[in-house]
Ligand binder design. Structure first.
Ligand SMILES: Nc1nc2c(c(=O)[nH]1)N[C@H]1C(S)=C(S)[C@@H](COP(=O)(O)O)O[C@H]1N2
Ligand SMILES: [Mo]
Length: 235
């Protein structure tokens, strides 16, 4: 798979911490394996789940230590800060915006990679246009409804066509709770930690506020293959 790459000690310790606290189980979403294992592994704090065959599969991460749940009916995406018209978009509002599909490898900075994952959703740029970004805005601050995880992007990065507010993944399924549904961020050209799960709020701001992992030593600009001391193949 991916060979070990030198990473700073601080970063290494952050990864070890993440592995102990944040990996709930690892299996490809919607597979029979996952359905069978979910009740066991979601509660497994022993690390037993790491013996499951997970090569080429997603690890399910939650730094919060639990998987928050929100139904599509109760879901809202707040878009606020330096915008003309603050929004509380429903799931159906998002479905009503132009649908975009991207298929690419999903790459975690710790090394695991899932090939050819299909994502569907709305371009983040289109969501921003609904709210109307004001002059002087430079960055976005994303907050998960797990109330702990945060992320950031520059406005320029956010407007790329391969950055999605995603509501479907894998084989056209809605995004499961485990994978950050009903709506998560998907930042195709960057390592997985930029793809914030359980997306609750997008705040338009005028300065960078580093996200959860960035405050713990990871690069803010997390381009695959040219950040965090790694040299993975680009997606
Ligand atoms: N809210 C939240 N989003 C998150 C994380 C997390 O712990 N909490 N982990 C990140 C990391 S490091 C990766 S690699 C991906 C993993 O996505 P998955 O759990 O669907 O496999 O989610 C990212 N988004
Ligand atoms: Mo990751």
């Amino acid at each position: 798979m991916v060979s070990a790459t030198p990473v700073g000690r601080r970063l290494f310790l952050a990864m070890v911490g993440a592995t102990a606290a944040g990996v709930l189980f690892g299996a490809r979403a919607q597979s029979g394996l996952e359905r069978v294992l979910r009740p066991l592994t979601a509660r497994d704090g022993t690390g037993l789940s790491s013996f499951l065959p997970t090569a080429g599969r997603f690890r399910i991460y939650s730094v919060a230590g639990f998987l928050p749940e929100r139904s599509r009916e109760e879901y809202r995406l707040d878009v606020d800060g330096l915008v003309d018209a603050p929004q509380a978009l429903t799931y159906d509002d998002l479905l009503g915006l132009p649908r975009t599909a991207i298929t690419a490898d999903f790459q975690c900075v710790t090394g695991w990679r899932v090939a050819d994952v299909a994502w569907e959703g709305v371009r983040l740029a289109d969501v921003l246009d609904v709210a109307g970004v004001q002059d002087g805005a430079t960055h976005l601050r994303f907050t998960s409804f797990d109330r702990i995880y945060t992320e950031s992007l520059t406005l320029e990065q956010a407007r790329r066509s391969d950055v999605l507010v995603a509501y479907a993944m894998l084989d056209d399924e809605p995004i499961s709770d485990a994978h950050g549904g009903p709506v998560r961020l998907y930042v195709a050209p960057m390592y997985g930690y930029k793809s914030l799960k359980w997306l609750g709020e997008i705040e338009v701001v005028d300065r960078i506020e580093p996200g959860y992992w960035e405050r713990r030593g990871y690069d803010v600009d997390a381009w695959i293959g040219r950040s965090n001391g790694r040299d993975d193949d680009p997606v």
